[in-house]
Design a protein around this ligand. Structure first.
Ligand SMILES: *[C@@H]1O[C@H](CO)[C@@H](O)[C@H](O)[C@H]1NC(C)=O
Ligand SMILES: *[C@@H]1O[C@H](CO)[C@@H](O)[C@H](O)[C@H]1NC(C)=O
Ligand SMILES: *[C@@H]1O[C@H](CO)[C@@H](O)[C@H](O)[C@H]1NC(C)=O
Ligand SMILES: *[C@@H]1O[C@H](CO)[C@@H](O)[C@H](O)[C@H]1NC(C)=O
Ligand SMILES: *[C@@H]1O[C@H](CO)[C@@H](O)[C@H](O)[C@H]1NC(C)=O
Ligand SMILES: *[C@@H]1O[C@H](CO)[C@@H](O)[C@H](O)[C@H]1NC(C)=O
Length: 419
């Protein structure tokens, strides 16, 4: 209540002056990368043959369109590829769909009857539309362009090559499994299916692959989805007093949320909680008072505490409640529908020497697999080109990622330890 009142004050101030803009504080952790050649625990670099295999695997993966809900061909390719390398492959079904997650681990583990205790994992699906692979040289550097080059077939290809090299470097058989899931871009359906499939297991660690610009991510933002839904009453636009405009209530709510944004919880690691109203729908014509309107809002939560989601939900509900009341008095209904799939910001593990560390702001599959003790997030390429027609990265970035995965694996399975 008190908070609501204070924020109504903020709303008035905001309306009187310019709307406050949220600026994301820039968070830099350190500047020197290059890591791999100097670290004492680095694996030997990829041979020329292994490098060529990495580049052509990346190309093949990108050239198999795998837009969410249509990933079977790509899953088949990865499944066959890993089987040919000698791995035991489980095809983990996802709901009642024909698609599946690819879960592979050494045949020796299968023979011993043990399951992996560490996962290295990324996703096979991409956002639409498909852009084919293209290799281009620019300023003396070779780049790979195309849908999924960064998000996340760069991680998929580098994880496969790096893990295979890692297994080959060992005399024992590390209990490591490679997991490539579907449906990441549509709410994590694949990872959720795997979490339920593996519900009998708590994994010691997992390495997740999403574009982090070659840095180990110290955390990422939480997520809360919200639909604003207003039902009013239609009328002739010349007699608006005979109706109740759903669009007017919705518009007020969107402005109010933007004013509330700077007051949402912040954290030192992840900066501001931000929100985006990304879709609005409603009305039928300019000369009709709108009977119905709705909007989809995505809130990215900066705090990691267990109650972070409920704190944000209460702030939003409290702040909009006067408007909801006003709509009710006008015989309209104004509903706030919060998504079920929400999570506070995950804080991630960074105890690997030789890698630069920084947070990222997007969401991942990590919260969909709760039964993991240590969680690492690393990937090559930048989120700034992911989901765009310019998606691409350099071959050097792929090589850097393969070495970084080797470093993380080596830190999780120290040499000479018994498997
Ligand atoms: C699969 O599940 C979805 C969602 O529960 C349902 O809409 C669909 O009808 C199901 N399809 C089949 C073939 O059972
Ligand atoms: C290549 O160099 C030009 C000139 O310095 C620069 O504008 C361009 O962005 C560079 N291209 C890439 C891909 O780095
Ligand atoms: C856990 O479940 C998986 C998949 O159902 C199974 O293959 C595995 O053997 C189970 N592990 C144990 C320890 O029961
Ligand atoms: C949102 O509004 C549009 C246009 O009025 C309508 O077609 C759609 O069903 C509404 N969606 C929801 C979730 O209410
Ligand atoms: C809302 O509906 C009630 C019952 O139909 C009616 O008495 C009241 O006048 C309406 N209020 C407005 C603001 O239209
Ligand atoms: C949340 O889950 C409940 C129960 O399964 C369901 O009735 C409701 O429609 C879901 N809400 C949303 C926004 O998906």
């Amino acid at each position: 209540m008190a908070i609501g009142t204070r924020l109504v004050g903020l709303l008035v101030v905001g309306l009187a002056g310019a709307a406050p803009q949220v600026s994301q504080p820039s968070i830099t952790v350190s500047t020197s990368l290059s890591s791999t050649s100097t670290s004492p625990s680095a694996l030997p670099s990829l041979t020329n043959e292994e490098q060529d295999e990495l580049f052509s695997l990346h190309e093949e993966l990108v050239n198999i369109p795998s837009i969410s809900n249509d990933e079977v061909k790509c899953a088949e390719f990865v499944s066959d590829y890993l089987e040919e390398l000698g791995y035991y492959v489980e095809q983990v079904p996802v709901g009642n769909t024909s698609t599946y997650n690819v879960f592979a681990y050494p045949q020796a583990l299968k023979d011993e009857g043990v399951w992996p205790e560490v996962l290295i994992t990324s996703h096979l699906d991409t956002v639409p539309p498909f852009y084919p692979f293209e290799r281009r040289e620019e300023n003396g550097t070779i780049f790979h362009y195309g849908r999924g080059t960064v998000d996340a077939k760069g991680p998929v290809a580098t994880m496969i090559v790096a893990s295979h090299k890692f297994f080959q470097s060992r005399s024992d058989t590390p209990r490591l499994g490679l997991l490539f899931v579907v449906g990441e871009e549509i709410g994590g359906t694949g990872m959720k299916a795997f979490a339920s499939y593996a519900k009998n297991t708590t994994f010691r660690a997992a390495i997740f692959g999403e574009p982090t610009e070659g840095k180990l991510a110290s955390g990422h933002k939480g997520s809360l989805g919200l639909t604003l839904d207003v039902k009013g009453k239609s009328a002739h636009s010349a007699y608006p007093w005979l109706g109740v405009s759903a669009i007017n209530y919705l518009a007020e709510a969107i402005v109010a949320l933007n004013l509330l944004e700077p007051a949402l919880p912040k954290s030192d690691l992840l900066g501001a909680t931000t929100l985006n109203t990304g879709l609005i729908r409603g009305g039928v014509a300019g000369n009709v008072v709108a009977e119905a309107a709705n909007a989809s809002v995505s809130i990215r939560i900066a705090r990691s505490e267990d109650d972070a989601v409920s704190v944000v939900r209460d702030l939003v509900t409290g702040f909009l409640s006067p408007l909801v009341e006003r709509a009710k008095e006008a015989n309209a209904t104004f509903s706030l529908i919060f998504a079920n799939s929400t999570y506070p910001a995950p804080i991630l593990d960074t105890d690997v020497e030789g890698l630069e560390v920084a947070p990222v702001f997007y969401g991942t599959d990590i919260p969909s697999l709760p039964q993991v003790k240590k969680r690492y997030l690393y990937g090559t390429g930048t989120i700034e080109v992911a989901h765009t027609p310019n998606e691409g990265l350099s071959q050097d970035e792929l090589l850097q990622a393969a070495e970084a995965y080797g470093l993380i694996l080596r830190s999780l399975f120290p040499p000479n330890s018994t498997a």
